[in-house]
Design a protein around this ligand. Structure first.
Ligand SMILES: Cc1cc2nc3c(=O)[nH]c(=O)nc-3n(C[C@H](O)[C@H](O)[C@H](O)COP(=O)(O)OP(=O)(O)OC[C@H]3O[C@@H](n4cnc5c(N)ncnc54)[C@H](O)[C@@H]3O)c2cc1C
Length: 426
């Protein structure tokens, strides 16, 4: 597991001086959000959004605040996590390049740091920190996202290239991205975990078709991709061929840290708790006129307790993992807490806002809570479902017995799937 550097010598500048310098720079150079959606900033459309976040990230790079916890040899600043915390603190309420946060900075780059060749690290990490390249994850498949090791998308060696065929789904903002990490099957004659490889894929290239999926809350950030004889240079395998499960498992650890809000590489507020604390239930009650209602006050108290407990849990687990008191898989604990908390917070918000959040007039910000409520379950699915998270906590943190699986020791070619034709084409 990649650690944010803590023991690599004293930082050149003490934390207070850094905080002051960062605050001055942020105030002078980043735009206040002034009510704009933190995820979208002041962008007017999708194309503008991408150009805008890339430009903001470039500004941050030019000022020397990009990749605070990344090693200096790959374009970072090599600082401890507390410096990243300080930057996030002083930039709260300003437009940040959040699109880079997940998965680029918190999931993909840490995985490249762990498994990349020197050439891959030097090629991809600085480019992303400069705001030039956004990444997406091609993991889930139409046949099942939880069973990541059951991937049917295949990559076959052809000289100096791999040829990719199959389909991925639920990829967040694939069409806005430049590169993807893709899990593909490269050997069908070994058990499922041993025949996978992780490929670095250029998203916009011949053979890749991307379609957007419309969700119940009106968003269209999810995509499905179809791969038809996509050619990928063999040097773009991350880690070893057929050792992709090892790479994917590490990527999932980084993802749990990212989703739970405990990644040291996040460039924007790490926890929903932080945001909900600031613009939370109490403010909502004021706007909705229910601040004196004892039932509403109880809900405000519950929201406050949930966010405080979650924030404390994130800090405690992150520290325990860094100091080796807990295994890295313990990142699943705040991931579970985050999912449970956010669903409850979305429900509390609706309870406080009442019918204004169910049927609203254009421009009434309270109406956005209704949309958020429709999409609340996403946080319990993305980055691995809460059911799988509970399995991980029981098996890999608490040491309880593994759940039974029929397919663990069989050659994958013999494992029954619901799309046999795809399997036999290899
Ligand atoms: C906000 C969001 C962002 C996402 N972004 C991406 C992305 O960028 N790239 C990407 O590849 N994917 C992405 N996904 C997809 C996500 O990773 C998958 O949806 C997830 O892994 C679940 O897979 P599935 O939807 O196929 O459900 P399934 O795997 O079919 O599971 C269905 C249900 O069965 C339960 N279940 C399955 N197996 C077990 C088991 N062994 N024990 C207990 N319960 C089980 C699951 O928990 C779930 O409740 C995203 C999803 C969301 C919601």
């Amino acid at each position: 597991m990649t650690e944010a550097p803590t023991a690599s010598g004293e930082p050149r500048e003490d934390l207070d001086a850094f905080r002051t310098r960062a605050k001055e720079w942020v105030t002078a150079n980043l735009q206040p959000l002034n009510g704009a959606d933190p995820a979208l900033g002041h962008a007017t459309d999708d194309a503008d959004h991408v150009i805008r976040v890339k430009a903001i990230q470039r500004k941050i790079w030019d000022a020397g605040f990009a990749g605070l916890c990344y090693p200096a040899e790959y374009g970072g600043q090599g600082l401890p996590a507390a410096y990243q915390d300080a930057f996030i603190e002083v930039s709260y309420g300003y437009e940040l390049p959040r699109l880079f946060n997940t998965p680029t900075f918190t999931i993909i780059l840490p995985t490249i740091l762990d498994f990349g060749t020197e050439e891959q690290k030097k090629r991809f990490i600085p480019a992303a920190l400069k705001g030039e390249e956004l990444w997406v994850q091609f993991l889930s498949e139409p046949t099942g996202g939880s069973d990541l090791a059951g991937a049917l998308t295949r990559a076959e060696r052809d000289g100096d290239e791999f040829v990719l065929n199959g389909s991925k789904i639920w990829s967040t903002y694939a069409w806005k991205s430049d590169y993807a990490l893709c899990v593909a099957r490269t050997d069908w004659d070994v058990p499922k975990h041993r025949g996978l490889s992780v490929l670095i894929v250029k998203v916009h290239q011949p053979g890749i078709t991307i379609t957007q999926i419309k969700h119940v809350d009106g968003t269209e950030e999810f995509c499905q991709e179809f791969f038809d004889d996509v050619r990928i240079p063999a040097r773009d395998v991350l880690g070893q061929v057929n050792d992709g499960w090892n790479v994917a498992s590490r990527l999932l650890l980084h993802e749990r840290e990212a989703v739970s809000g405990s990644s040291p590489y996040a460039m924007a507020p790490r926890t929903a708790a932080r945001e909900n604390d600031q613009v939370g239930a109490a403010a909502l009650a004021q706007v909705s006129g229910g601040a004196d209602d004892p039932r509403v006050r109880q809900l405000i108290g519950e929201a406050r307790v949930l966010t405080r407990v979650h924030t404390a849990l994130v800090g405690r687990i992150a520290t325990s993992i860094r100091t080796g008191r807990l295994p890295a898989t313990a990142g699943s604990i705040p991931r579970l807490s985050n999912g449970v908390m956010r669903v409850r917070l979305a429900t509390i918000a609706i309870d406080i806002a009442g019918d204004r959040a169910v049927a609203w007039h254009d421009g009434d910000p309270v109406g956005e809570l209704g949309v958020a409520y429709l999409g609340r379950q996403g946080v319990c699915i993305g980055g691995g479902t809460l059911e799988i998270t509970r399995n991980i906590i029981s098996e890999r943190v608490l040491g309880m017995p593994r759940e039974h699986a029929e397919d663990l020791d069989r050659p994958f070619r013999e494992v029954r799937t619901n799309t046999p034709t795809q399997r036999n084409r290899s």
